[in-house]
Design a protein. Structure first.
Length: 428
């Protein structure tokens, strides 16, 4: 008769153990009973970089990497990108279901009325050099924003938790856009409640002043879709950082600043910037063969390719490729697209990439769109961080409501020396 258990035989002791299986998973703590002798610590699992460790249960986002599937709360990403607004999707991710019309209107009003930054923030931003990296500034300004709300530290108070979730979702776009204005030596532009979240972001970035700002509908739609595609992606490096910092009951601004710092790196959200720098370095299609030689030899990575979870085409990359065409109708074609398309074609047909299941990821085409919209390369990761704020917060509040979670504190396998005798400095 089949049983949902795993039998383990420890050949050191010849003892057998039966461990329950739940959702194709065993609990690492069930291994602890496996000991050679009483008083031993017991067995652990060793998993650098969490290649095969689930650190939470979650109901937010499904990524089925083998089949190239991404769903938020059960809804396929392509349907959401095609039909919903970013704030509608933010509501879905945060509250678990798509809003009814009245719920959406209330939610939109709550967010849009909170988009303007308190006065302290522009002043803090002005203290940064204009050429400071916008992600460094985003990390700092997110943490700085938290200092204005002492009650944000009361993370176990659910009502206060939601107050700050809304505040962070609302101000995430403003934190990015205001700093852009500073970096360009331009005055700050306040949001306008009549515009959508994406439209407001464009206004705060690009409005030249004088009267209302009306975003180009194709550009607004593109930003809306890009924000939806980046809103959550389950337990990636940034989100895991959010949960880890949040597990110590730090306030959500500090935790989100930490998550943004994790996102900043070129192997994570920083890849969209790295892709553009790579395409600019290749410069011309004729230089692709030499570049690909350096990738095959392991000297370089093809940025925007590969993913820890997707071993198939990233569904977000497919949607973004299509959005790029729509944007280029308005902005004119970005010449780097030809290099990107050629790189993709070569990579998808070469053994090196096929064997390693390397496909374009979300970052491969997004930067080409941002550049065509006039967004500087150094801002690209901020474009990822702004909508990802929603996912970080959904995962953070899910973690705080999960009574199995405790402060994150992994173990180590200690291989260093022990009990060395202290040697006075003159004798070393
Ligand atoms: N170009 C060339 N070779 C690659 C690439 C790449 N982009 N990515 C992985 N490989 C090779 C790697 O060298 C290794 O080969 P071998 O088995 O011969 O040593 C094999 O593929 C497995 O790679 P890995 O580094 O063990 O895979 P990982 O799961 O640790 O890394 C990754 C995932 C995304 C960090 C990696 O694919 C990468 O560095 N990609 C480029 C950066 C990038 O585009 N990052 C954005 C990810 S999507 C947005 C996000 O969620 O943050």
């Amino acid at each position: 008769m089949s049983k949902d258990t795993l039998s383990i035989r420890d050949n050191r002791t010849e003892k057998e153990y039966e461990i329950p299986i739940w959702e194709d998973t065993i609990r690492a703590m069930d291994l602890r009973q496996i000991k050679v002798k009483d008083g031993d610590f017991g067995m652990m699992s060793y998993d650098p970089a969490f290649l095969n460790t689930a650190n939470t249960k979650s109901t937010v986002t499904l990524v089925d990497g083998g089949n190239g599937i991404l769903q938020y709360r059960g809804y396929p990403i392509a349907d959401l990108a095609e039909n919903a607004s970013f704030l509608e999707v933010a509501y879905l991710i945060l509250f678990g279901e798509l809003p009814k019309a009245g719920e959406l209107a209330k939610w939109e009003a709550e967010i849009k009325t909170q988009m303007a930054l308190p006065e302290a923030l522009p002043n803090i931003m002005k203290a940064f050099p204009k050429d400071a990296h916008p992600m460094g500034a985003f990390v700092s300004n997110t943490a700085a924003l938290g200092t204005l709300y002492p009650d944000a530290r009361e993370v176990l108070d659910e009502e206060l938790r939601w107050k700050h979730i809304k505040n962070l979702v609302a101000k995430s776009a403003s934190l990015g856009a205001y700093f852009y204005r500073h970096s360009q030596g331009l005055g700050f532009v306040d949001p306008d409640e009549k515009l959508s979240y994406a439209g407001n972001f464009l206004r705060m970035m690009f409005h030249e002043g004088g009267g209302d700002y009306t975003p180009d509908p194709a550009v607004e739609r593109a930003i809306n879709i890009l924000f939806i595609l980046h809103a959550d992606h389950e337990q990636n490096c940034g989100t895991t950082t959010m949960r880890t910092i949040g597990s110590s009951q730090a306030d959500p601004y500090s935790a989100a600043a930490g998550a943004a710092a994790a996102l900043y790196g070129p192997l994570h959200g920083g890849a969209n910037e790295a892709v553009l720098r790579m395409l600019a370095e290749i410069e011309d299609v004729s230089n692709i063969p030499a570049f690909m030689d350096s990738v095959r030899s392991g000297d370089k990575r093809l940025m925007g390719f590969g993913h820890r979870v997707y071993k198939n085409y990233d569904p977000r990359a497919k949607i973004i490729k299509k959005v790029a065409e729509d944007v280029f109708k308005v902005t004119g074609r970005n010449p780097l697209l030809d290099i990107a398309l050629e790189l993709e074609q070569i990579a998808l047909s070469e053994d090196y990439f096929i064997e390693r299941k390397l496909y374009p990821n979300v970052d491969f085409y997004s930067g080409i769109i941002y550049q065509a919209l006039g967004i500087p390369v150094s801002m690209f990761t901020v474009m990822f961080a702004i909508p990802r704020m929603v996912g970080w917060l959904a995962q953070w509040t899910e973690m705080l409501g999960d009574n199995e979670q405790k402060i994150a504190r992994p173990r180590q396998v200690f291989l260093g020396p022990v009990d060395k005798k202290f040697v006075p400095i003159e004798e070393r």
